[in-house]
Design a protein around this ligand. Structure first.
Ligand code: DAH
Length: 347
């Protein structure tokens, strides 16, 4: 290596060995391999040298440039890694520490049972390949009714059931079925998703009715979807939730957005189908409405009905929580009474 290149190399190596942070490394980089860096200038400084020397120096300085660049890149990486490790160290959480709430004799928070069951069900659906969608609480007539094949004079639109805004164009969604419409707007078939959330009904409250409650909507659209697919997913879901094999049956049910529509019942988990007070001696408990998506709904969603069809269902989450924990009044769920919710807190 011609002397002058060696000299620059030694100089660089010394400076490099003293670099302590990324900023000075970047300075070094531009000093040596930048546009008018020292290595680039070597050749220019040899104006009077003979051709052979120039060629040799050219070769050597190129080699050196490559080496320097590589050393700098590796060093940058190691600085970055150091930085990440430092940050991780700073953010370390000691999970064995007791919470200060516990020290004060207060219980720490847990999920509200409705949120807990919602998360559990979301996980089950995600494991079956469903997406999770969200939709707004304040909806318009189109998403809550019209696009779901609920004609203008349908009783579900009745002022008594719906909280309308003053403009009479917006409302608090009365069901999560509006998420079906939003899902079709944002997705191309085939797709399957669930959409959980609060729903609002303007009705008197009693032990089994609340003005605000929770549903989880489901929709699957694809080619050749059948009732058998619907039953399969529902049975899998229920077996996961109740941790045992559940038997289901379908009865006809009417909802404008499905055809045919069903009420899905599960065999009573309390008496195993023999008949008890919970299932009113019938052996079956009504659980969720569902059906094959009405072609009009698919058309509103711009879906080619000659190719695709699908199923949909609406699961009432509050009801499920009540069944799971034997809660006999829905109003307890959202009373905000700490004596009630603290039963579900987890340490
Ligand atoms: N949206 C209906 C309600 O709140 C429930 C429902 C019924 C949802 C049938 C569905 C369905 O997806 O297919 O009463």
């Amino acid at each position: 290596m011609v002397e002058i290149v060696q000299k620059i190399k030694d100089e660089f190596e010394l400076a490099f060995s003293q670099v302590k942070d990324k900023a000075s490394l970047m300075n070094l980089k531009s000093e040596y391999v930048g546009k008018s860096g020292k290595i680039g200038l070597i050749l220019k400084s040899l104006k009077d040298a003979d051709v052979e020397t120039k060629q040799q120096v050219g070769k050597d300085s190129n080699l050196l440039k490559g080496e320097v660049e590589q050393m700098i890149t590796e060093k940058i990486k190691s600085f970055e890694l150091e930085e990440i490790n430092k940050n991780l160290e700073k953010k370390k959480i000691d999970i064995s520490l007791r919470s200060s709430l516990q020290d004060k004799g207060l219980s720490s928070a847990g999920f509200h049972p409705v949120s807990a069951i919602q998360r559990e069900i979301e996980d089950i659906f995600v494991s079956m390949g469903f997406d999770i969608l969200d939709g707004p609480h304040i909806e318009d007539d189109y998403h809550n009714f019209e696009a779901l094949n609920i004609p203008a004079n349908h009783p579900a639109r009745d002022m008594q059931d719906t909280f309308w805004f003053k403009d009479m164009k917006h409302l608090l969604r009365t069901h999560t079925s509006s998420i079906q419409v939003r899902g079709m707007e944002s997705k191309q078939p085939p797709f399957k998703f669930v959409g959980p959330g609060k729903v609002f009904r303007c009705e008197a409250t009693d032990a089994s009715h609340e003005m605000v409650f929770h549903q989880l909507e489901g929709m699957m659209v694809g080619e050749n979807i059948s009732v058998a697919n619907l039953i399969y997913f529902m049975k899998t879901l229920l077996s996961e939730i109740f941790k045992k094999e559940t038997n289901v049956r379908l009865r006809p049910g009417f909802f404008p957005f499905v055809e045919p529509g069903f009420e899905l019942d599960i065999e009573c988990l309390i008496c195993g189908g023999k008949g008890c007070s919970v299932c009113k001696q019938s052996g079956w408990v009504e659980l969720l409405p569902c059906g094959m998506v009405h072609p009009n709904v698919l058309k509103y969603g711009n879906i080619d009905t000659s190719k695709y069809n699908g199923f949909a269902f609406g699961l009432g989450l509050d009801r499920l929580v009540m069944m799971r924990y034997g809660i006999d009044d829905i109003r307890n769920l959202h009373s905000g009474d700490l004596r009630f919710v603290s039963q579900f807190a987890e340490f």
